[in-house]
Write a protein that binds this ligand. Structure first.
Ligand SMILES: NC(=O)c1ccc[n+]([C@@H]2O[C@H](COP(=O)([O-])OP(=O)(O)OC[C@H]3O[C@@H](n4cnc5c(N)ncnc54)[C@H](OP(=O)(O)O)[C@@H]3O)[C@@H](O)[C@H]2O)c1
Length: 307
């Protein structure tokens, strides 16, 4: 028998992991250009901890009357397609839901999203692994786009937090654009960083042509850029002012189905790393948030609504 509701994790009054609730909400049919996806996996990302803690409510970016949805990444199976969609029921897809001000998220059994925002998951890549790709793979691709090709007068790119989800993808993707990449990470991350084809440092000196600041070191990271170099940050709303002729940019990651398809293909082929830390039932979302908050986790917790 089909049910008319599905379970999803939300916060009403944000206050950290303890404020996360699982509620039942009505199933919605997809409209033109949309698909309804049965979610197999949704990654826990730092941004979700921020939403649950009320960081973005405090910045005035959330204005929901009842509750706020959690989760940006998902992978699952198409269960219904609206008019004008050429994805068949049963197709395995992954995608990204962006923006803070929404009453739904990917921490759920189901989701309705624009078909243009999803990509087909290639055979050979499981849905849990695929769920770790969209937000951070696209963030990295869009960071590399913001930075562009290596500068004519210097191609040394330092990535702070290169062992993290965003940083590792930037380390891999920036090499395509001619950058000579060095990853700043913890000493025990050296083997992983070198495995990405990057150089490694646990203590960077100033003088880099460009810095991508995935560890959110802010001013400390900006001070590592040479005069006239380039800096890309990851926290919109906390942009740094330019200094010493440095070009400063910040990424605002947006869905991009075709781009995601390429990232999933490269993950399936083993060219990009697959980084699942643990699979956790949706009911244990608060525990996953607490574990992430401690830091030091490599790879993602992936929530699964299946019990
Ligand atoms: N603007 C956007 O559209 C967008 C999109 C995606 C992500 N983001 C943001 O990007 C940031 C990174 O996300 P993520 O998912 O990659 O986080 P993550 O997986 O937790 O990675 C951060 C990495 O930085 C490392 N780190 C922190 N301080 C360091 C230091 N002083 N030296 C060396 N390494 C250090 C951490 O190591 P430890 O764990 O050992 O501390 C961790 O490996 C988050 O703030 C996230 O919200 C923004």
């Amino acid at each position: 028998m089909s049910t008319s509701t599905f379970r999803t994790a939300v916060v009403r009054t944000p206050g950290g992991p303890d404020s996360i609730e699982i509620i039942d909400v009505p199933i919605v049919e997809p409209g033109p250009g949309e698909v309804r996806v049965a979610i197999a996996g949704a990654s826990v990302n730092p941004v979700d901890l921020g939403v649950a803690a009320g960081v973005f409510h405090g910045m005035g970016l959330v204005n929901q009357p009842e509750w706020t949805g959690l989760g940006w990444d998902f992978a699952g199976t198409v269960v219904a397609a609206g008019p004008g969609v050429d994805l068949a029921v049963g197709t395995r897809v992954a995608g990204l839901v962006d923006g803070f001000d929404r009453d739904f998220g990917t921490y759920a059994e189901q989701l309705v999203v624009p078909a243009a925002d999803v990509a087909v998951v290639p055979d050979g890549l499981d849905l849990v692994a695929a769920a770790t790709v969209p937000l951070n793979g696209l963030a990295a691709a869009q960071i590399v786009d913001l930075r562009g090709d290596a500068l004519t007068d210097g191609n040394r790119l330092l990535i702070t937090g290169a062992a993290g989800a965003v940083g590792a993808y930037v380390a891999a993707l920036a090499q395509d654009r001619g950058w000579q990449v060095t990853g700043l990470a913890r000493p025990h991350d050296e083997e992983f960083i070198r495995g990405l084809g990057a150089d490694f440092t646990s203590q960077a000196e100033p003088g880099w042509d460009a810095v991508a600041d995935a560890a959110v070191l802010h001013e400390q990271a900006l001070s590592l850029v040479r005069d006239g170099g380039a800096f890309v940050g990851v926290q919109p709303g906390r942009e740094l002012a330019s200094e010493r002729g440095i070009t400063v940019a910040v990424v605002v990651t947006h869905p991009d189905g075709p781009r995601l398809a390429g990232l999933l293909e490269r993950t399936a082929s083993g060219e990009l790393p697959t980084r699942v830390h643990a699979v956790v039932p949706l009911d244990q979302v608060a525990d996953a948030h607490r574990a992430m908050a401690k830091g030091g986790v490599r790879g993602r917790y992936v929530l699964t609504p299946k019990t």
